[in-house]
Ligand binder design. Structure first.
Ligand code: ADP
Ligand code: MG
Length: 377
């Protein structure tokens, strides 16, 4: 997909040319899962699958069309947030309006995307960042990528009802081709770490939709907050393994395991970054596997399909490491695979997965890391 394709689709639909085309990538998190709501460490990379938006300013109301989800109900950027998919755009308009101190103009917009929706690749953050960059460009708003990411996170909190961390929006806003992003979600410090060119990212979609994941996500978030209150730490990011072991009785079994996941995952995230920098391939395999097992057993956000997929990856030729990625309860595993072996890898994973999950054909996305959200033309 190119900006010319998207501009052409806009023209076909609205009979005029768009004034701006933007794009924002999805992301996959290599390690550091469910840590960002505890101000922890994450290690995502933006991927070369994107949401594109072609648009022009109109008097109103806003009319949005998606090549995937069809026509949205018309809405006004100064009015109520709509109930359909356009709420991601309408929510960003609200957040930008309070940042800028003036309303965002209404739009005619055509949304096109080659990023799977609801697979844990954060198409919602890509929507937010694509529309954010759009209004930023139209009004020449002096907003950094970090600030835009913050507004996207606020959009999910205030207008979507998902109490997400900031990783997804940071990755989509600030991604860099050839690199993953080591982010401290407490102060938003960011270090770009090269991904060795011998590795390819393969997203292995279980094709199980992430049902109930929003409510479960919010529940997990509450449990981690409660655990940090019991341990008298600011957030779980500050809790040591010794503190968590020592507080086991007061925490109770569930909060103890939630805390243990966050603490051990933060540690794994650091070790993974070191292993990638040093080219310690064996460590990558071990750490990704431990991450999956901790998400399965301690944080309890996996499901039989994700477990079958992870097992399939671990056994497949060319696999450098694999684990579930994203919020969980469906969605995808991420695997790092030796470049040039992705075909044999996919065949083996597919066969193994189908033995255990007979009713769902898995889907594979072979990805490259990519640059972040930007004006595309
Ligand atoms: P994820 O972020 O993991 O893909 P979410 O449930 O958080 O899943 O966000 C998916 C929602 O984002 C969709 O239900 C839809 O409302 C919106 N969305 C994503 N991509 C598109 C698109 N191409 N066109 C219209 N809406 C989209
Ligand atoms: Mg999302």
């Amino acid at each position: 997909m190119t900006s010319t394709d998207v501009a052409g689709a806009f023209h076909q639909r609205f009979g005029v040319s768009p004034s701006v085309v933007t794009q924002a990538p999805g992301r996959v998190n290599l390690i550091g899962e469910h840590t960002d709501t505890s101000e922890g460490f994450v290690f995502p990379t933006a991927i070369d699958r994107r949401v594109w938006v072609a648009a022009r300013v109109v008097e109103g109301p806003s009319r949005l069309v998606s090549d995937r989800l069809g026509d949205a109900e018309p809405f006004d950027t100064r009015g109520e947030i709509p109930g359909d998919w356009s709420r991601y755009a309408a929510g960003m308009a609200k957040e930008l309006a309070s940042w800028a101190g003036r309303p965002m103009p209404n739009l005619e917009a055509y949304v096109a995307s080659d990023l799977p929706i609801g697979s844990g690749l954060s198409s919602s953050a890509a929507m937010e960042m694509a529309f954010g960059v759009l209004w930023q460009e139209l009004l020449r708003l002096d907003l950094s990528g970090r600030e835009l990411a913050r507004l996207g996170q606020q959009c999910e909190h205030e207008h979507i009802g998902v109490q997400c961390g900031i990783m997804d929006q940071m990755a989509s806003a600030l991604g860099r081709a050839g690199h993953a992003m080591f982010i401290d979600t407490r102060n938003l410090d960011l270090a770009y770490v090269p991904i060795p060119s011998t590795l390819t990212i393969v997203v292995c979609d279980t094709m199980k939709p992430r049902e109930l994941s929003d409510s479960a996500y919010n529940e997990r978030r509450l449990q981690t907050i409660e655990a940090s209150e019991v341990l008298k730490t600011c957030t779980l990011r500050d809790a040591t393994a010794e503190q968590i072991e020592g507080g086991r009785d007061q925490l109770g079994e569930v909060r103890y395991r939630r805390a243990r996941h966050v603490q051990s995952e933060n540690e794994r995230c650091h070790r993974f970054v070191d292993a990638l920098r040093e080219g310690e391939i064996d460590q990558i395999y071990v750490l990704m596997r431990q991450s999956h097992e901790s998400l399965r057993d301690d944080f309890e956000v996996s499901c039989p399909e994700l477990d079958a997929m992870a097992e399939a990856c671990w056994q497949a030729p060319g696999c450098i490491g694999a684990r579930m990625t994203g919020a969980g309860f469906g969605g995808a595993c991420v695997a790092l695979v030796e470049r040039g072996r992705t075909s044999v890898f996919r065949e083996a994973v597919s066969a193994h997965y189908l033995l255990h999950v007979a009713d769902r054909m898995p889907r594979f996305l072979v990805c490259e890391s990519a640059d972040g959200a930007a004006v595309a033309g």
